[in-house]
Design a protein around this ligand. Structure first.
Ligand code: NAD
Length: 509
């Protein structure tokens, strides 16, 4: 049975890649092993791009920039429109490949591709809206304005858990903004990246006259990423992953005065207030905390429940945790799929032990051995009742653990909510206008995302995505996130016959 599952998956990967336009020979082209968390088995062994190969890719991208920056932005938008069309056609296959490579449910795999389509649509519209301001000038006969220009090569470093969407958030915007892209995907999810490149190649072929190497993928781990980080020809490094990675990448890019967008870890919390709609809160918390097996940057990891409802809500949540189906996302209707690998499982177990040592009462969190082969790591999600916000509660553990704590005063709990390193996403469950407005105010949540009556996860592309503090401060996707991919020039034009100086300075010669 185990072997049959493995065989099926390999064959499945091969036929999916074939349909998506990736040559089968790459599957055995090198020594970088790629595994499916669904079975834990190796599905490919890829060739890596070392630092030298990465620098060569950057050089090609820099050459492409010289042409692409001069294509009018709406023309660049046409390429992204075609990419969106190709993604629509490939949605089922790419979604399934995401499920195999990242262990997501089919609905989440398809949802990730839908997010790519959505950002393409957004970016196409944006390609006609990359405008600056005209600004009142103090000098007569003058006009002052700002112009936005393409920035240069954009390096994208992405995490395993959103193996394709994060690239598209960056690539769709970078391309309409006039920039080439060099993408280093997670070493855990290289196949979906190669499939995206093949899909974009089809869009490029239809587009016709884009420069070569406008978009490239480099395969490898940290060393490959570092080549992007350190190269002064990479104008912007957009890096998504752990805070540990951001601590390394951020200072290195800054040391060469490069720009970075850092999208790092989260330690996201929900607050359930006395007036909350409990049924809605329970369902929202369950999805936010257990969905994607707790492997979303926006997963809810801490929950503060008001004393008055604790005994109503928490037993219901414990029941939901006990009954949620855990299993193979490809062959069952499971809502909780596998952890990405053994390391993730061990990290989860270590956090559970640390929580116990701090007085935590643990529900769930054990390995499910009949859900998949031995090399796959399925767990029941853990809900841990904590006496206080201490120990592992203060850190992100990238697994399905929800720490639940009581509170009695909203001001105090907002303080506690904000007293962690990360600042990505947050939620309040309330029907009291004063409570929700306080949470959204300057004195409220300190996160980049603050929600009312929905969970912490599941953002839409229209808003800017990202967080504060140890989450890195970057913003991607919607709103005015495009500005990070362009450079701004302030232009002052004198159409008079005089030369008045700013601030009334006199300099007569
Ligand atoms: P990770 O930090 O292990 O790896 C992320 C990427 O960084 C990989 O491509 C890796 O090869 C690369 N990398 C690591 N060290 C590097 C270095 N020194 N120089 C250059 N590249 C380097 O993260 P992961 O385990 O793949 O993903 C999970 C983490 O990502 C979680 O912490 C999660 O919260 C975070 N995440 C954040 C967001 C967000 O938007 N804020 C989105 C998804 C995931």
């Amino acid at each position: 049975m185990k072997d049959a599952l493995q065989m099926d998956l390999k064959a499945d990967v091969q036929s999916l890649l074939g349909r998506l336009g990736v040559e089968a020979r790459i599957l055995e082209a090198g020594d970088m092993a790629s595994f499916s968390p669904v079975t834990g088995q190796q599905i490919a062994s890829l060739a890596q791009d070392d630092a030298e190969a990465t620098r060569a890719a950057i050089a090609r991208a820099a050459a492409a920039f010289r042409t692409w920056r001069n294509v009018p932005a709406p023309g660049r938008g046409e390429l992204v429109r075609l990419l969106g069309e190709e993604l629509r056609a490939a949605k089922d296959d790419l979604g399934r490949l995401v499920s195999i490579e990242a262990g997501k449910s089919p609905s989440e795999g398809a949802g990730e591709v839908q997010e790519m389509i959505d950002i393409c649509d957004f970016a196409v519209g944006l390609s006609r809206q990359l405008y600056g301001l005209t600004i009142a000038t103090e000098r007569p006969g003058h006009r002052m304005m700002e112009t936005w220009h393409p920035l240069g090569v954009v390096g994208v470093i992405s995490a395993f858990n959103f193996p394709v969407a994060v690239w598209s958030w960056n690539a769709a915007l970078a391309l309409v903004c006039g920039n080439p892209v060099v993408w280093k995907p997670s070493e855990k999810t290289p196949l979906t990246a190669l499939a995206c490149q093949a899909i974009l190649d089809r869009a490029l072929a239809l587009f016709g006259d884009a420069p070569d190497s406008l978009s490239q993928v480099v395969i490898g781990g940290r060393e490959t990423g570092e080549a992007l980080v350190d190269d002064p020809r990479v104008a912007l490094v957009s890096a998504t992953g752990s805070t540990r990675m951001g601590r390394q990448v951020g200072p290195r890019v800054a040391a060469r005065f490069g720009r970075s967008i850092l999208e790092l870890g989260g330690n996201n919390a929900g607050i359930v207030c006395p007036s909350a709609d409990l049924d809605m809160a329970l369902r929202a918390i369950a999805f936010a905390a257990m969905g994607t097996a707790g492997q979303r940057c926006t997963t809810m990891r801490r929950l503060f429940v008001h004393d008055s409802l604790y005994d109503q809500l928490v037993p219901g949540l414990i029941k939901a945790y006990g009954s949620v189906p855990v299993g193979n996302p490809l062959t069952t209707q499971a809502l909780v799929g596998p952890l990405v690998d053994r390391q993730a499982f061990e990290g989860m177990q270590a956090a559970i032990e640390a929580a116990k040592a701090e007085g935590g009462v643990v529900h769930g969190g054990t390995r499910v051995t009949d859900a998949g082969p031995e090399a796959a790591y399925y767990v029941t999600p853990a809900l841990i009742e904590m006496p206080a916000q201490v120990g592992p509660v203060l850190e992100e553990t990238f697994a399905p653990i929800l720490y639940v704590m009581r509170y009695s005063d909203l001001d105090d709990v907002i303080e506690q909510h904000n007293a962690v390193g990360a600042g990505l996403s947050s939620s309040i469950f309330t029907t009291d206008l004063r409570e929700s407005e306080l949470f959204l105010s300057a004195a409220g949540s300190d996160c980049g995302i603050a929600n009312v009556n929905i969970g912490t996860s599941g953002a839409e592309i229209g808003g800017a995505f990202g967080g504060e503090k140890e989450t890195g401060g970057g913003r991607e996707s919607g709103s005015d996130a495009w500005k990070a991919y362009m450079r701004r020039a302030t232009n002052t034009i004198n159409y008079s016959r005089e030369l008045p100086l700013a601030q009334g300075v006199v300099f007569d010669i």
